[in-house]
Design a protein around this ligand. Structure first.
Ligand code: ACO
Length: 313
């Protein structure tokens, strides 16, 4: 049973009115947004780790400069998103604590290792490519601060995807047979985890119905996953790569590619903390947080001192 306030809120959403931080909102709407935006922020931050791993080993100055810029962009995305979450009345400290204690989720994809240089291109092409497909609609989601943060994030993500595809083009079309084989090995490992980024199948997606009613989500997990497959297969063909799915084929009738069943057991295992790198990723974040303690303390001390100066004056 909806209260009058809730009914009016839903009418505004249905009319396409953007909800802003000071507007009245149902507590559950606020909670859903805090959950999704903070998971998204954590994903950006943890997402720096697999790629950061290759900065010191980039094969040229140009590739190193691109990779550093890209990893820094991800840090920036995390910051915009934590700020967007803070507009909902939750403190960043609390969100970060939830990440570090293992309570909060972040994207499953970042629990896989980067084993060769082609993985850096693969993350740009498949992972950032999937992120864009998921995030373009979020630019039109009902919550203003999240939608606006997404506009800039999406622009930067498309640069990330292009650099990834460019790297792979170089290896596949102009590289040695060994380099081409490295790319094939990489797509064999990243294809399925990239499809998992879109979340559980619609039937198992507990949050979808409510989030779609509130226009936090505009498309379902399966719709976006299909879009990713349809868009990516021709790009893989251009690179001369084989997608590791024997069931993948064009379905003339549907006007879409059919594809095989995702290994959902693997998906849930990774989400529950048992993927190949979950422990390593969290440990790296905990360590970084501890290493930054002196700096946060110094900022606090400085702020207090300034406060004192102002009071005296
Ligand atoms: N990795 C980790 N957890 C996931 C994933 C995933 N790939 N997919 C779904 N989940 C979690 C959900 O967070 C939810 O858990 P919770 O209820 O405890 O929070 C549970 O699995 C069930 O899934 P859904 O009901 O489908 O959840 P939701 O409606 O939130 O949809 C989705 C999931 C599509 C990821 C959505 O949250 C979203 O669009 N988020 C914003 C984008 C984002 O976070 N991108 C991060 C990766 S991209 C990048 O950073 C480069």
């Amino acid at each position: 049973q909806m209260s009058d306030e809730e009914r009016r809120f839903q009418e505004r959403i249905d009319e396409g009115v953007r909800i802003e931080a000071r507007d009245w909102m149902p507590e559950a709407y606020r909670k859903t947004l805090v959950r999704q935006i903070s998971q998204h922020a954590h994903s950006e931050v943890v997402g720096m780790l697999p790629e950061g791993n290759w900065i010191t080993r980039a094969p040229s100055l140009k590739r190193k400069a691109i990779l550093m810029a890209k990893v820094q962009d991800e840090a920036g995305h995390g910051l915009y998103l934590y700020s967007a979450a803070e507009t909902l009345g939750v403190g960043r400290d609390k969100l970060v604590d939830d990440l570090l204690s293992g309570k909060a989720k972040y994207s499953s994809i970042f629990n896989y290792p980067t084993l060769n240089w082609a993985d850096i291109g693969m993350i740009g092409w498949l992972v950032d490519g999937s992120a864009i497909i998921n995030q373009i609609p979020l630019c039109r989601c009902s919550y203003g601060p999240y939608a606006r943060a997404m506009v800039r994030v999406c622009k930067e993500e498309s640069f990330h995807q292009r650099q990834g595809y460019d790297l792979l083009l170089q290896m596949c079309l102009h590289g040695t047979p060994e380099q081409k084989a490295m790319v094939q090995d990489s797509i064999n490992r990243w294809w399925w985890p990239a499809l998992m980024m879109f979340g559980p199948s619609d039937a198992d997606s507990t949050n979808s119905a409510q989030s779609m009613q509130w226009k936090i989500k505009l498309f379902s997990n399966d719709e976006l996953r299909q879009k990713m497959v349809d868009q990516t297969v021709p790009q893989a063909e251009y690179l001369g790569l084989t997608i590791p799915d024997p069931d993948l084929r064009w379905n003339e009738e549907r006007g879409h590619y059919d594809f095989g069943e995702i290994d959902w057991e693997e998906f849930w295992a990774v989400i529950k903390g048992n993927g190949p790198c979950n422990r390593e990723r969290l440990q790296a974040r905990v360590q970084a947080h501890e290493n930054g303690a002196w700096f946060r303390d110094a900022l606090d001390a400085h702020a207090q001192k300034q406060e004192g100066v102002r009071k005296v004056a």
